[in-house]
Design a binder for this molecule. Structure first.
Ligand SMILES: Cc1ncc(COP(=O)(O)O)c(C=O)c1O
Length: 380
């Protein structure tokens, strides 16, 4: 069956110059960074090509078209009526998270992160002088709200402010937080005056059976940060939007105007085309991702019988526990060295990541199959 993941073979992918395909040598199968091995959606190709062909590559005008395209997508996809006066365009998701952290906490304050989680959640707040406090996810990779609440109480002692960085859906476990989980988190955060900043980078990439809930829909004091980059494979066209809850307007209004100076015109146009005209492509992509996820689960069961892998409810990333293979805290190192497959090391995701790897399954089924065989060989 030809689908978006089986269109590009290894030879064509090797000619790519982005990080996924260039960081490692030509003998390595790269299943690490969150890029997908797919052709771009036609409306995005057209929008970017038109700009380039006409030399229309200057500074961005007001971000209104981007915000309008995003909010129309959010309404159609999730029934989320975004109040666009609460939305601010920022250079990328991480810049949006940092801007909210800067505006809601001080140096020395605590940023709580449900762990294991996307590595920059640890690194970036530390660069801002914040103290990062991991709070373990439950054994099945979900939010542990009672433990978070205990950590909230400690973080705000002595008059300190605190925030929690939420990955919604969660990278790397793929958990799509339910409305009930988010409401419990919002209530706990409100009791302690903690701010919740929700990174919704993977929001549209939800497999059948789970439903994404935008965080600001359950918490007027919170923030949702989204972009088209993960869903339409546009990491090379950076832009994102921060949406404040209805009680947090003054925070986005306090963002420095210089933040928008780092947003690129071509990026805004590419991402706006994705939100506006990219839904048919997304609807074609999702079943292909689900098939690839299920193929990976079958391959793991066959070749790595001692591994533990839960089917992710979202994303094209699988979180696999390889600790039974005795390759130490970082099996990705042994797999790269002996098997020539690049995976994301579990230890990059903080406490709880030991013995794990993150596998990017947004690739050709033949590549995925060979990669798992090589991984099994490397761990044998
Ligand atoms: C959870 C999460 N947040 C943010 C990003 C990066 O987004 P950006 O490049 O827009 O900062 C990624 C990329 O993989 C991600 O997985």
């Amino acid at each position: 069956m030809t689908d978006l993941l089986s269109t590009l073979d290894l030879d064509r992918l090797r000619s790519r110059t982005s990080a996924k395909w260039r960081v490692y040598g030509p003998d390595v199968l790269p299943l690490w960074v969150a890029e997908m091995d797919v052709p771009l959606a036609e409306p995005i190709v057209r929008a970017v090509s038109d700009l380039v062909a006409s030399g229309d590559t200057g500074y961005p005008a007001a971000p209104d078209e981007y915000v309008a395209a995003f909010s129309a997508f959010a309404a159609a996809r999730w029934g989320w009526q975004v109040d666009t006066s609460l939305a601010r365009v920022v250079p990328d998701i991480l810049a949006g998270l940092s801007a909210v952290i800067e505006a809601t906490t001080d140096r020395g304050d605590t940023i709580l992160v449900p762990s294991p989680v996307y590595g920059p959640f640890f690194r970036n707040p530390r660069l801002q002088g914040r103290v990062v406090e991991p709070v373990a996810l439950t054994a099945d990779g979900r939010l542990d709200v009672p433990s978070l609440e205990t950590a909230f109480a400690a973080a705000v002692a002595h008059g300190r402010r605190a925030a929690v960085l939420l990955s919604n859906p969660h990278n790397p476990t793929g958990a799509v937080h339910t409305r009930g989980e988010l409401e419990a988190l919002a209530a706990a955060a409100a009791r302690h005056g903690v701010v919740v900043i929700s990174d919704e980078a993977h929001a549209p990439l939800v497999h059948d059976g789970a439903t994404f809930v935008p965080y600001v829909g359950v918490d007027p004091r919170g923030f949702s940060v989204l972009s088209a980059a993960k869903t339409w494979n546009l990491a090379g066209f950076k832009a994102a939007v921060v949406v404040a809850g209805t009680d947090a307007r003054e925070i986005v209004e306090s963002f420095p105007v210089t933040l928008f100076n780092s947003v690129g015109h071509v990026s805004l146009v590419a991402q706006a085309a994705a939100f506006r005209d990219g839904e048919p492509w997304l609807d074609e992509l999702l079943p292909a991702l689900t098939r690839s996820r299920d193929l990976l689960a079958d391959l793991v069961a066959e070749h790595l019988p001692h591994a533990r892998m839960q089917l992710p409810e979202s994303t094209y990333l699988a979180w696999v526990d390889l600790s039974a293979y005795g390759a130490g805290d970082n099996p990705a190192a042994q797999i790269l060295e002996r098997g020539r497959v690049a995976l994301s090391a579990g230890t990059d995701f903080g406490p709880g990541g030991e013995g794990h790897v993150r596998v990017n399954f947004a690739t050709h089924p033949e590549i995925l199959t060979e990669a798992v065989q090589r991984i099994a060989g490397a761990l044998a």
